[in-house]
Design a protein around this ligand. Sequence first.
Ligand SMILES: NC(=O)c1ccc[n+]([C@@H]2O[C@H](COP(=O)([O-])OP(=O)(O)OC[C@H]3O[C@@H](n4cnc5c(N)ncnc54)[C@H](O)[C@@H]3O)[C@@H](O)[C@H]2O)c1
Ligand SMILES: O=P(O)(O)OC[C@H](O)CO
Length: 320
Amino acid sequence: MSGAGVIGAGAFGTALAMTQGARGGRVVLWGRDAQAMAAMQAARENAVHLPGVPLPQGVLATADLAALAGLDVILLSIPTQALRGFLQQTGPALGNAVLVACCKGVERGTGLLPTQIIADVLPGARTAVLTGPSFATDIGRGKPTALTLATDLPDGAALQERLSTPVLRLYLSDDPVGAQLGGALKNVIALAAGMVIGADLGESARAALMTRGFAEIVRLATKQGAHPETLWGLSGFGDLILTCSSEKSRNFSHGIRFARGEADLGGKTVEGVMTAHAVSEQGAGMDLPVIHMVSALLKGEISVPRAMDALLQRPLKSER
Ligand SMILES: NC(=O)c1ccc[n+]([C@@H]2O[C@H](COP(=O)([O-])OP(=O)(O)OC[C@H]3O[C@@H](n4cnc5c(N)ncnc54)[C@H](O)[C@@H]3O)[C@@H](O)[C@H]2O)c1
Ligand SMILES: O=P(O)(O)OC[C@H](O)CO
């Protein structure tokens, strides 16, 4: 029986299952916690991540991997650093479905992007990427959202039709590397933007940081083969704006709390932390001052005031 599956019943996975459930048809929302999934299925609500938003009728919330059998498309919505382990353990349960990476990050230790991790663990798997400016709370509530669907698959347009809804507008791209790097790296810049705001350096400084951070994203991503146009689009520039400007963003708000020296930084999924370290370690010699500085700050190697001084005291240069 065909249908859509979603792996990861956190905020984003639940919201994605809601979009597909609203289309009608069979949708399986898989989470690893059997008790939580049974409660979700009974209450028809994810009370932890999206309270008050009902699960559409066709969505089955389950921890049973067998429910994924025969699905034609599966959206992967677990943190990037957990993806390899999940696929190694669970790969065969995913069958021949197209695997759509919905996580935003770079794997620490390998520098790989989500679709590259999938190819590493499940060679021959058909993959795509769904990314762009979107908060789970907006998507789950059916607010209008535009995202990038990037894939090398020849039938990408069919997948675009398959996953779009009247309020979830997908733009097709043939640049999975660019789309994933834009989505991963904007989280690191959002951490930095949050630190600027948390340290009370002002909104002008945040705009400067975002712009120079975007220059780093373009520099790094084009070196890895990304098309510059992808980075100007929803998955790059679009997501950078959203994530650096809203306290709904966990990356931005983590940066704020970090700069204020708050002891409790939350325990939420903050993808930019590991991605900052992954990129800084892989691109040690590259001209990426903001990304390197975010990694050093998070490791406690430098304080926020010293980091700002160091960035400002670099030799003056041309904008390009
Ligand atoms: N929340 C958003 O607004 C949003 C929007 C766009 C993209 N994303 C991306 O989606 C991804 C998931 O984010 P989220 O907001 O849903 O996070 P979340 O913390 O709300 O949920 C993550 C889920 O993954 C599960 N998980 C973690 N490790 C696992 C493992 N090893 N095996 C199986 N399940 C595991 C957790 O139990 C949890 O249910 C991230 O990469 C994030 O950047 C999130
Ligand atoms: O809450 P964040 O910082 O993970 O951001 C969520 C989405 O990636 C925004 O597009």
